[in-house]
Design a protein around this ligand. Structure first.
Ligand SMILES: Cc1ncc(COP(=O)(O)O)c(C=O)c1O
Length: 381
C-alpha cells in the first residue's frame, strides 16, 4: 500500500479533479506534473528559436525507454503510433500475404480490435471468426470455439465492457502450443497493472493506447512487438525518420528505402509529437515512481471493497469478481440506466454506460470513501 508521502503526492497530482471521478476507462486524468510539462512544451513551440535537433528528435526514444522499463522489455521492441486501431491495422497489413491468416476475436471486443480485421476480411485477405461472448476466457472455452486453423487471437487484456481480465499464465502456454499468435490490447489494463516477464513471453504484440490508465494526453499509443513476431512483419511504408540513411538534417537527400531495424521501424511519421509525447513521458514517470505492483494491489483493494459491500437488488456483476482488476461493470436488472446516471451525476459521480452496463473504473487516485459513496447511491436506488 502507499506510504503517507505517496498518498500526499497522489492527492496533489490529481487535485484538479472536480468530481468523484470513477471513469478512467473513458479518459485518464493527466497529473499536475504532466500539465506543467505540456505548458512548457507549448511555450517552446511558441518560441522555437535555436531548436536543436536533439532537443526534439530524442523524445520518442526517451519515451520508448520509459515504456520499456515499465513493461520489462528492451526499447528496440517498442514502436510509437497514434491509436490501438492504427497499430492493429498496421499489423494486419504487414502480415505475410502468402500465409492464409485465420483471425479469431471474441464478440463484444472493442472496435479497434475488430474493424481492421473486418476490413481485411471484406477484401478477402484473411478469414475471420467472431467467437461467442463469454464472461470467462479459459482453455475450455478456447478449445471449444477456436477453429483448428486459427493463426491469430486478438483479445483485450481487460475488457472495456465487462472488466473481465484474462489469465495470461493459463491461456498463454495453450496458444503457444497451438502456434497461435497473441495480439493483446492492454489499453484498459496497463498502468493499472503491470505484466510479468513470464506473461509477456506469451504475447506477440502488446498494444496500448496511453490516454486511459497511463494517464497521458490523448493521441498516442505504443506496441511491444516480440523479436519473433517482428520477423513475420513486412513494412509497407517508410517515413524519413525511419530510413537508415537518416543521420542529420545535413544529409537528408542521401535517400535510402532501407528501414532501421527493430520495432522502431514502424514508428508513425512525426513520432516526435512534442506537445503530446512530453506529456506521455511525464505521466509514465509518476507511474514508475509509485510502482505498478503497488498500484495494482491498491486498485484491486478498491474493487474488493466494492464487491464485499455490494449487495443490490437492482444490479448484478457482469463477470465473477475474481476476474476483475480495475473496472466493475454492473447489469441493471430493470435494464434502465437513465435514472441511475442522473442520480449519480446529481451526486457529482462520473461513470460511463457501455453497451447497457454501468461501468465503474477505479484507479489509484480514487479512495475507499468514494467507493462507499457510489455504493450508498446504488443501494438507495
Ligand atoms: C479496449 C480498448 N482498446 C482501445 C481503445 C482505444 O482505441 P483507439 O486507440 O483505437 O482509439 C479503447 C477505448 O475505449 C478500449 O477500451
Amino acid at each position: 500500500m502507499f506510504s503517507d508521502s505517496e498518498l500526499q503526492l497522489i492527492q496533489y497530482e490529481f487535485s484538479d479533479i472536480s468530481s468523484i471521478y470513477l471513469n478512467t476507462a473513458y479518459f485518464g486524468p493527466i497529473p499536475k506534473r504532466t500539465q506543467k510539462i505540456i505548458e512548457l512544451a507549448t511555450k517552446r513551440a511558441a518560441d522555437p528559436s535555436f531548436y536543436s535537433m536533439e532537443e526534439w528528435l530524442s523524445i520518442p526514444d526517451q519515451t520508448r525507454e520509459s515504456i520499456a522499463t515499465l513493461l520489462g522489455c528492451l526499447p528496440k521492441n517498442i514502436m510509437h503510433s497514434t491509436s490501438t486501431g492504427d497499430i492493429v491495422a498496421l499489423i494486419g497489413r504487414s502480415l505475410n500475404r502468402a500465409k492464409n491468416e485465420r483471425v479469431a476475436l471474441i464478440d463484444e471486443e472493442y472496435p479497434s480490435n475488430v474493424l481492421p480485421w473486418m476490413f481485411l476480411k471484406d477484401k478477402k485477405e484473411i478469414t475471420l471468426d467472431i467467437l461467442p461472448k463469454t464472461p470467462i476466457v479459459d482453455i475450455e472455452y478456447l478449445e471449444k470455439h477456436l477453429d483448428k486453423k486459427t493463426t491469430i487471437l486478438n483479445i483485450s487484456y481487460i475488457s472495456f465492457k465487462s472488466g473481465r481480465k484474462i489469465n495470461l499464465l493459463e491461456i498463454g502456454p495453450y496458444l503457444k502450443r497451438k502456434n497461435i499468435t497473441l495480439i493483446l490490447d492492454a489499453t484498459q489494463a496497463f498502468g493499472s497493472l503491470g505484466i510479468s516477464k513470464q506473461e509477456l513471453s506469451y504475447v506477440d504484440a502488446f498494444v496500448c493506447s496511453t490516454y486511459k490508465w497511463l494517464l497521458s494526453p490523448y493521441g498516442h499509443s505504443f506496441a511491444y512487438l516480440s523479436d519473433d513476431f517482428l520477423t513475420h512483419l513486412e513494412s509497407e511504408k517508410i517515413s524519413w525518420i525511419n530510413s537508415d540513411s537518416f543521420v542529420n538534417c545535413q544529409e537528408l537527400t542521401k535517400y535510402s528505402t532501407k528501414l532501421i531495424t527493430g520495432a522502431v521501424r514502424f514508428d508513425r511519421g512525426q513520432s516526435p509529437n512534442m506537445l503530446n509525447m512530453r506529456g506521455v513521458l511525464s505521466s509514465i514517470t509518476l507511474l514508475s515512481e509509485l510502482g505498478l505492483d503497488k498500484i495494482e494491489s491498491y486498485n484491486k483493494s478498491l474493487v474488493n471493497h466494492f464487491c464485499d459491500k455490494f449487495d443490490s437488488k437492482n444490479f448484478s456483476l457482469e463477470v465473477p469478481r475474481e476476474f476483475l482488476a480495475n473496472i466493475i461493470s454492473l447489469k441493471s436488472k430493470s435494464g434502465d440506466l437513465k435514472n441511475v446516471i442522473e442520480k449519480l451525476n446529481q451526486n457529482n459521480i462520473d461513470v460511463s454506460v457501455r453497451e447497457g452496463s454501468l461501468r465503474i473504473s477505479l484507479h489509484f487516485f480514487n479512495t475507499v470513501k468514494q467507493v462507499d459513496k457510489i455504493l450508498e447511491i446504488l443501494e438507495i436506488l
